[in-house]
Ligand binder design. Structure first.
Ligand code: FMN
Ligand code: NAG
Length: 251
């Protein structure tokens, strides 16, 4: 705004004020203009600051769920963007299954299978069919059984989908390790069902179903299973097995 127009505006406003009974003096009007200008400037600059904060925050924190929900729940996208090919799902109530899943995911790196753990409740499990698009990919399931042979709370939805749906899982590699307690009538029922159902839906079992008995020694059962599971996976994927030891290929 040039000084001229500002002057004219102020004079006009003053004139208007004079007409309307001199409610405002010229000084009042100048003050109002100055305050208004300051308010506009303040609003504008604080908005710029907010933008800067948003940018910083987006780097370090979780973004609002609404905008990225789709990608957040996509374990396929997560696998692809982090160069992983192994996903270990767990159905766990008191943490044993989750712990086993974590160990498997970590061990994968020894066999050139970079892994990640995933809670089926947090994932869009319908994406399972897309796993075949990732080279040498594998889904492992560490699933506990409860109640009348029921899945854990976090695996409930996944099981309903498997039972009622009819997805084509052709080309999806999988293995199941079950957690149970032999003193229950429905011993490892969830793992037994899952192992059978995935095959029915066209998926490829890379290693036989493992069953852990919490009434004996479930840790031993798990170790015995995984020590045969890894060589079998390596053979299927043509990965040079190192017997569990890392091989340093740089000479
Ligand atoms: C209340 C209760 C019910 C259970 N029901 C079964 C069952 O029906 N069949 C079975 O094989 N194991 C059953 N178990 C054993 C658990 O599956 C086993 O302890 C498992 O290791 C728990 O894994 P988590 O720690 O990952 O939840 C049951 C355990 C509890 C405490
Ligand atoms: C297995 O189940 C039996 C019967 O409920 C129970 O006595 C035992 O403590 C359970 N074992 C474990 C390790 O929870």
């Amino acid at each position: 705004m040039s000084e001229n127009t500002q002057d004219i505006l102020i004079k006009e406003a003053a004139a208007a004020a004079a007409v309307s009974g001199s409610l405002f003096s010229t000084f009042d009007i100048i003050m109002l203009v100055v305050l208004f200008g300051a308010a506009v400037w303040w609003l504008y600059s604080s908005r710029k600051d907010n933008k800067k904060d948003d940018l910083l925050l987006s780097k370090y924190s979780i973004q609002p769920a609404a905008t990225i929900e789709v990608t957040e729940n996509s374990f396929i996208t997560k696998l692809q963007s982090s160069g992983r090919s192994l996903v270990v799902f767990y159905g766990s109530q008191t943490g044993t299954g989750e712990e086993f899943a974590g160990r498997l995911a970590k061990e994968g790196i020894r066999y050139k299978l970079k892994g990640m753990v995933a809670d089926p409740e947090e994932c869009d499990m319908e994406e399972l069919a897309k796993l075949k698009d990732i080279k040498n990919s594998l889904a492992v399931f560490c699933m506990a059984t409860y109640g009348e042979g029921d899945p854990t709370d976090n695996a409930m939805e996944f099981f309903e989908w498997l039972k009622n749906g009819d997805p084509d899982l052709t080309g999806v590699n999988y293995a199941v390790f079950g957690l149970g307690n032999k003193t229950y009538e429905h011993y490892n029922a969830v793992a037994i069902y899952l192992d059978k159902r995935l095959e029915e839906l066209g998926a490829t079992r890379v290693y036989e179903l493992g069953m852990g008995d919490d009434d004996a020694n479930i840790e031993d059962d798990f170790i015995t299973w995984k020590d045969k599971f890894w060589p079998s996976v390596c053979e299927k994927f043509n990965i040079e097995s190192t017997g569990g030891r890392r091989v340093n290929k740089t000479i």
